[in-house]
Design a protein around this ligand. Structure first.
Ligand code: ADP
Ligand code: ZN
Ligand code: ZN
Length: 736
């Protein structure tokens, strides 16, 4: 009997429970299965949720329940193991399932559009339509909205499923635009995954690559691999061959890359290897494109799926292999809302699907190396460079009591001069954008701090602004010191903008390019700069970690790391690991045949044991030292962390919540779990809010998980919880 049924629906709301609904009034169709979307009344709103369970109702509760408004799917949009993965993630990260579902679905599906692939009729702007400015439609707001929408969806256009988001009479507006000749219809070929592309010639694999590819191909079922290969050792080539084996077996492969790693070059390389386009999933896509790619993955039309973080949740019809490239990259961890780690989810998913998973990096995370050391992961090594390039030599430059020019030592400047004179390229790395770290008053020592954060404001000289990189506040710098009225306000510390000024003046003929977030905001500007480097017009590169990832600069024979010290004494226990990874990654951009090149790392602490290990013996020696330090301190990967954060405008409020939270820890379940805090966060004020945290440190993951399940429910009921914003971060990568 249909009306004795209750549908448990996960709705996108910050509540860790499913909500019970009755089927739509007068519903006679088959009951929607778990994984079907429904529109339901929730409070005063209508929201799109997902059925996650169907059960029999007791008569009493039925009277109090509301009805589902609309059933949106006749078939689940995702089901089986794909839905189970979301359930697992909601459980492990102690995050509401409805929000997990929302994070995993393409925007159009989240909003309730039909789950229908391209191959559909779509609309796009004609050349005339594209040339129109938004202002020309001010008298026809609905047409203006459709026009703006179609500008955003570009050449791939938008179908009715997507346009319906605009609401109202969007069809009428489209017809009006078509009459003006601004809009045309076409049939989208979602099947372009089958389109045949020209193949690029292949390298013969070297023996180490061969061993790796065969090892991955030989396993049947879940096996985690760590592909540990220096930069340029041919890891990507190994991925492509491993993917090929999976595809030849009739399976799909999922390749996850860091945000910055999904370059046109990588996509071209995949296309050239397989003669087919991969399905691509990342946040920069138009909604329609994203839906088409997602459905092509789910329905098995695309053999190869490439994506950033959230693609780890994409359903696959016939999964065969999961690869995580640059697995150490922090962009795999979502830092707000649903705080999951895509690499960790990938491993759990591979186990559930019974497929191999490959984590690749030149600088694997301490977590993954620890797992390899304990034989939980099978380690595959690529020890040398694939081509004939050689790995450069790293040297430390002792900065103590040397004269510096904008933070650059004479040793480094002379080396730059020499390489440029030899016709080579040089890369100067500094992971701090802006002109100077801050402004300081020479008369009284006043420092330009942010009014809303416990942080200094960075000086951006070209824009004449002081900016806070934490909350986004901006000010015009004062002419006089606000404390003493003095006029000697001086920039303190270096950013890439300042380096650019000094270097461009001294090496005027080198064609300097600066690559950081400030110089690459406009679409296409990064590609234009990279182009100038590749064709040799630019021979001096200055930049932040945007340079340290994913790019090969074969002409670079000298890398200068301006400052290694920040990581040695950072407040976060992962600071040293990050700096070591950055140094090795940026080092990997240099070196070629006949000219291995040099890397100069400037530091005030040349004796520091971690730095010594890194330059003398390399990344793995550094890791041995760092793992030992972590072991002594009981830090991950030797322990497991959960961080409860709270913030509010008034200082005492978050601490009061955390005190209550600490008291609410279930008695008798805290064995083997250390409770640290509550304490103010390392940056106690950010964006005008006071922040505090409570850290749980456990030797056993299962124990921590068991405690958290009970605790989270208790936290939601605390009266103090209503006065703060709080969040729980499982396996946090920053204790900020
Ligand atoms: P990684 O992903 O480890 O940085 P890539 O796979 O991008 O390495 O390879 C680095 C360079 O070496 C690329 O230009 C690639 O075309 C080339 N390469 C890879 N494998 C081989 C091989 N077996 N023989 C010759 N060149 C290779
Ligand atoms: Zn002053
Ligand atoms: Zn700020």
């Amino acid at each position: 009997m249909p009306d004795s049924t209750i549908l448990v629906v996960a709705v996108p709301a910050p509540l860790r429970q499913g909500f019970d609904y009755l089927p739509p009034t007068g519903w006679e169709g088959p009951m929607p299965l778990p994984g079907c979307r429904v529109r339901v009344p929730f409070g005063r709103r209508q929201v799109v949720g997902m059925v996650v369970d169907v059960r029999a109702a007791a008569t009493v509760e039925r009277r109090r329940l509301r009805h589902v408004g609309t059933v949106l799917d006749s078939e689940p949009v995702l089901a089986g193991r794909d839905l189970d993965l979301l359930r697992w993630a909601a459980g492990y990260y102690h995050h509401p399932l409805g929000e997990v579902v929302a994070a995993a679905l393409p925007a159009t599906l989240r909003q309730g559009a039909v789950a229908q692939a391209g191959g559909e009729t779509r609309w796009r702007l004609t050349a005339v339509g594209r040339a129109q400015s938004a202002g020309s439609l001010t008298r026809a707001p609905r047409q203006a909205a459709v026009h703006a929408f179609l500008i955003d969806s570009g050449n791939s256009g938008a179908g009715s499923a997507v346009l319906a988001e605009l609401g109202g009479d969007w069809r009428g507006a489209l017809r009006a635009l078509a009459r003006r000749g601004w809009v045309e219809t076409f049939t989208a070929t979602s099947e372009h995954y089958g389109e045949v592309l020209a193949l690029t010639p292949r390298h013969a694999l070297n023996p180490a690559q061969q061993v790796a590819v065969e090892a991955i191909g030989a396993v049947d079922g879940f096996t985690p691999f760590l592909l540990d290969g220096v930069t340029g050792s041919g890891k990507t080539e190994v991925y492509l061959h491993a993917i090929e084996q999976a595809v030849a077996d009739g399976r799909q492969a999922l390749l996850l890359v860091p945000e910055i790693g999904l370059t046109p070059q990588l996509l071209a390389r995949i296309g050239g290897h397989f003669g087919k386009r991969p399905a691509v999933l990342h946040s920069g896509l138009a909604d329609g494109e994203r839906l088409t790619a997602w459905l092509a993955a789910r329905d098995g039309r695309a053999d190869v799926v490439v994506g950033t973080r959230s693609a780890v949740f994409v359903p696959l019809a016939r999964p065969g292999l999961i690869i995580v490239d640059e697995e150490h990259d922090p962009s795999f961890k979502q830092q707000d809302g649903f705080r999951y780690h895509a690499r960790d989810v990938a491993v759990v998913r591979a186990r559930a699907e019974g497929v191999p998973v490959v984590l690749g990096s030149a600088t694997p995370s301490l977590e993954s190396l620890h797992n390899a050391n304990r034989d939980r992961y099978r380690c595959l090594r690529l020890p040398g460079r694939a081509g004939d390039a050689e790995i450069p030599v790293v040297e430390l430059v002792d900065l103590r009591s040397r004269p510096l020019q904008a933070g650059l030592s004479a040793t480094l400047l002379e080396a730059v001069e020499q390489e440029l004179a030899g016709g080579h390229q040089v890369l100067i790395y500094l992971n701090r954008r802006g002109f100077a770290t801050t402004l300081i008053c020479h008369d009284c020592g006043w420092i330009a701090g942010c009014r809303r954060c416990d942080a200094r404001m960075t000086l951006h000289q070209a824009r004449a602004r002081l900016c806070c990189h934490h909350c986004g506040s901006e000010l015009r710098p004062e002419r006089r010191c606000p404390d003493c009225g003095g006029e000697a306000l001086n920039p303190l510390g270096q950013g890439t903008e300042r380096l650019e000024g000094v270097l461009a003046e001294r090496f005027a003929a080198a064609g300097l390019v600066r690559i950081d977030r400030d110089t690459t905001r406009r679409r296409g500007s990064l590609d234009a700069k990279l182009e100038a480097v590749h064709d040799g017009r630019a021979r001096l590169l200055v930049g932040t970690q945007m340079l340290a990832k994913g790019h090969h600069f074969p002409g670079v024979t000298l890398v200068g790391v301006v400052n290694a010290d920040a990581g040695l004494f950072g407040t976060d226990f992962r600071a040293a690991e990050r700096v070591a990874q950055q140094i090795i990654q940026v080092t990997g951009r240099a070196g070629r045949a006949q000219h291995p090149g040099r890397v100069l790392v400037q530091t005030h602490h040349p004796e520091h044991p971690l730095l010594q290990a890194l330059v003398r013996e390399g990344y793995h020696a550094f890791v041995r030292e760092a793992l030992e330090e972590r072991r002594l301190a009981g830090l991950p990967p030797w322990s497991h962390l959960a961080l409860l954060r709270a913030e509010a405008v008034r200082e005492e409020v978050p601490l009061a919540f955390l005190d209550a939270a600490a008291k609410a820890l279930p008695a008798g379940q805290t064995d083997g779990i250390e409770v640290l805090g509550p304490v103010p966060a390392p940056m106690a004020r950010r964006g005008g809010r006071q922040r505090a945290q409570l850290l749980l440190q456990a030797t056993k993951r299962e124990r921590l998980q068991r405690l958290l399940s009970v605790w989270v429910t208790a936290l939601e009921k605390l009266p103090e919880a209503r006065r703060v914003r709080w969040s729980l971060d499982i396996d946090p990568i920053e204790l900020f």
